[in-house]
Write a protein of this length. Structure first.
Length: 172
């Protein structure tokens, strides 16, 4: 199923309060939707995905487009990235954590590469979103995500759309 959640991306960026910076988008997927959305708005974005097809398709999606910021796509596993500690102003995960085999390690890595005082910004599908995207129900996933985030975050702001639950976490 292919859906475009433009409103979810708008709401997530608004909730984050970010205006500029160097961003890592973890699990960007084959459309690179969040990465390209951010690059169009002036952010310098590195989108990563473990799938070579996702990286290829997101590069195709970006080809010929003009950005106020920049975009690069790289094939990298979310649980062990080559980036230095505290490399990014913010790290995003948009509709991708539920696909990861080891969500706790992915979250740990997201906080590792985020600068102190920076943001880890996550949006994933709640029950209605999982139905609309034809994913199996999982009532424990989002509470598990929030528990993991509390280990690393100085503060957490939450938001919700018709299909997403959002977490904006300030890194300790």
């Amino acid at each position: 199923m292919s859906m475009d959640d433009l409103e979810g991306r708008r709401q997530l960026l608004k909730l984050s309060g970010l205006r500029k910076g160097r961003i890592l988008d973890v699990g960007m997927g084959d459309c690179g939707c969040m990465s390209l959305y951010l690059a169009k708005r002036g952010f310098d974005v590195t989108g990563i995905d473990s799938s070579p097809l996702a990286v290829h398709k997101s590069r195709e999606e970006a080809a010929g487009k003009k950005f106020k910021g920049s975009f690069q796509a790289r094939r990298i596993n979310a649980i062990k990235t080559p980036f230095e500690k505290e490399s990014f102003d913010a790290v995003f995960s948009y509709h991708s954590l539920h696909h990861m085999k080891n969500m706790p390690k992915a979250i740990n890595e997201m906080f590792r590469v985020c600068k102190k005082g920076g943001l880890v910004v996550i949006s994933d599908l709640h029950a209605r979103g999982r139905r609309e995207y034809e994913h199996a129900p999982d009532t424990r996933f989002l509470p598990d995500v929030e528990r993991q985030l509390k280990q690393y975050a100085k503060s957490i702001r939450k938001g919700k759309t018709d299909i997403n639950e959002m977490f904006v976490c300030k890194r300790k």
